[in-house]
Design a protein around this ligand. Structure first.
Ligand SMILES: *Cc1c(COP(=O)(O)O)cnc(C)c1O
Length: 229
């Protein structure tokens, strides 16, 4: 008889696969943070993950994330905002998020700067759009450097590096190599912005081999997402 793997089983599997890929890449485990993407799942699942030692979770919708973070305020979790962000929601996101992975346009950078309290700061990644579809979110690679300049000129935003999603019908390794190269351009402007948020359930090994520092892994750990409702 075969039983379905538990949350703990799936987490352990992913952790060991991440460790294998890190070793294969000749990197150190401390360089790679696994963010468990919990969108659509209830707060109770996030609580189970925290009990299993998860410290970083990712959410892509402000309202849902704000509710979960409030319900789980007793836990010591870092919340990463990874979804498309409307300028008017920046303040609400800053209330719970330690990092925003989806800066993709100058107007959003301005809104974020205005929403930050004096002296406050937030970690941020510029999201690249690797497709030709502007609806996907992310800045086109040709517009990356001007956007990075506006981030660097905004007090309180600590630019960590780049975020990207590999397009579905592509070779993820080649896409992640492209992100790494674009990251080098950003580092010429901001030497500390060395992080790369890339790699999901289906392609995190390729991302680790290309230097990912932040993996965003959902279904491989959580199982299938409940239908949005
Ligand atoms: C949902 C989501 C993920 C996780 O996707 P999985 O395929 O479930 O691992 C990662 N990044 C972003 C931006 C997402 O929206």
């Amino acid at each position: 008889m075969q039983s379905t793997p538990s949350l703990a089983d799936r987490l352990a599997l992913v952790r060991s696969a991440v460790a294998d890929a890190v070793r294969e890449a000749g990197r150190a485990e401390s360089e790679v943070t696994t963010i468990v993407v919990t969108k659509f799942h209830p707060a109770s699942l996030v609580r189970e993950l925290a009990a299993l030692g998860v410290t970083d979770v990712g959410e892509n919708r402000q309202q849902e994330a704000s509710e979960k973070a409030a319900e789980l305020a007793d836990l010591d979790l870092a919340w990463h905002f990874i979804g498309q962000l409307q300028s008017k929601k920046t303040r609400a996101v800053l209330a719970f998020a330690s990092a925003i992975h989806s800066l993709d346009r100058p107007s959003l950078v301005t809104a974020l700067g205005n929403a930050l309290e004096p002296g406050a700061s937030v970690d941020a990644f510029i999201q690249l759009n690797l497709t030709d579809d502007p609806a996907r979110g992310g800045v086109r690679p040709v517009d990356l450097e001007p956007l990075a300049e506006s981030v660097l000129a905004t007090d309180g935003i600590r630019m960590r590096g780049l975020m990207a999603v590999a397009p579905l019908d592509s070779d993820p390794r080649a896409q992640f190599a492209r992100v790494r190269k674009l990251g080098e351009r950003v580092q010429r402007m901001a030497p500390d912005a060395t992080d790369l948020s890339m790699g999901m359930s289906g392609d995190y090994r390729a991302a680790i081999l290309e230097g990912a520092t932040h993996l965003r892994i959902g279904t491989a750990i959580t199982g299938n997402r409940p239908v949005a409702g």
